[in-house]
Design a binder for this molecule. Sequence first.
Ligand SMILES: Cc1cc2nc3c(=O)[nH]c(=O)nc-3n(C[C@H](O)[C@H](O)[C@H](O)COP(=O)(O)OP(=O)(O)OC[C@H]3O[C@@H](n4cnc5c(N)ncnc54)[C@H](O)[C@@H]3O)c2cc1C
Length: 430
Amino acid sequence: MKVCGWGKYPVIESNVKQLRNIETAQELYNSGTDFIPYGNGRSYGDSALADNILACNKYDYFLSFDNRDGTLHCQSGAMLSDILTAFVPKGWFLSVTPGTKLITVGGAIASDVHGKNHHIEGCFSSCVEEMELLLPDNRVVKCAKSDELFKATCGGMGLTGVILTAKLKLKKIPSSTIEQTTIKTKNLKETFEAFEAYSHLPYSVAWIDCLAKEPNIGKCLLMVGDFCKRGKLKYEPKGGLGIPFEFPSISLNKASVSLFNTLYYRKAPEGISEQKVDIDSFFYPLDSIGNWNRIYGRKGFTQYQFILPKERSYDGLKKILDTISKSGKGSFLAVLKLYGKANDNYLSFPIEGYSLALDFKIERGLFRLLDELDRIVLEHGGRIYLTKDVRVSSEAFAAGYHKLKDFRALRMDYKMDKHLNSLQSRRLGL
Ligand SMILES: Cc1cc2nc3c(=O)[nH]c(=O)nc-3n(C[C@H](O)[C@H](O)[C@H](O)COP(=O)(O)OP(=O)(O)OC[C@H]3O[C@@H](n4cnc5c(N)ncnc54)[C@H](O)[C@@H]3O)c2cc1C
């Protein structure tokens, strides 16, 4: 059947097997063909794509929950959205969540996803107490935080084995309402100052107008917040509009992106404003628009996400925003985030600094622009995020990840390289 990632590029033909029990995965290992696990297809590029796919989203039971310390034991196909529905009313929330709840626990571990609280809580792996991994020799091993297999699997893009179950530590919340403060800035300097001034708050994220020109390069709406100290505990998932068909790709051009950016920036009052919002509006604004990936048209799109070390972030971002603005290839979504310290995992993306994520429709000249951005990222000591990637070169990728050698060695030791491969792993020699 035809499969793709969230960016709808590339679309490939694959043999898909559904993980219902351990034996399905063991049979795949025994068959000698290599494959890649697939969660809910919310990674943008080719990390979950291969000729043979093991779909894990039906392997999704909750196994136990300890109400005293918030430890949830679940199968890897469980969705974050199901965890929220079951546990927010009981006063528990995900310790770390990305900007979509429509992903599986396995996908969250394999990408070692981060959220708006990375500068305080780190990546998803920080709330994983233990997991069970099915190795290519058909052994099920328990991995704890200090194990090499844990460090390789969190951020390892499904290339170390099939994650079967995980024990996650949820976070206690006093209410399900978030007190949000929005800060409107005029340029990158003000944006950085605002991030630092509010870094004591657990959640922060900024939307940047990536087509703005000097002197307004880097102007943004920074949203920061925390859960209210008192209030109701309720969770009503937001449904709503869906995009019914792929937009003609002509509709997304410099003029429409520029208009969107201007209107979005205008919608917030000048200076600082405060709002009370619910979980879905604060953490998952895009999930309420079904199939929003269709607005980029039939050819699909890609998200370019990089991170720069803190001391070089200002100069690097300025250069990158200037290059994008001159290219005219703007993005509706340009998300800037502050990150805390890197963890010990081999391929986890975050380092202490700032990251920017930008969506671009696939069109002629785009990959040339992104190669140019890669050069600036590497010049400034940064790296590219695998779960969003579909085109980075193996050299540009390797230059950003200093533990890649250890990851490759471990893959060979356990013969993972013979059994688990994706389009991305082949392109990058992972
Ligand atoms: C709107 C939107 C917002 C997002 N925001 C963020 C964000 O803020 N921060 C962030 O870090 N990411 C973000 N992402 C990316 C997303 O969180 C990750 O791509 C996540 O890994 C997708 O999970 P999935 O279950 O859909 O897995 P898939 O996309 O299907 O797979 C992702 C990877 O996980 C592996 N995998 C899946 N299941 C298993 C398993 N059982 N065992 C072993 N490997 C497995 C796959 O092989 C693949 O390499 C966002 C994505 C979207 C669409």
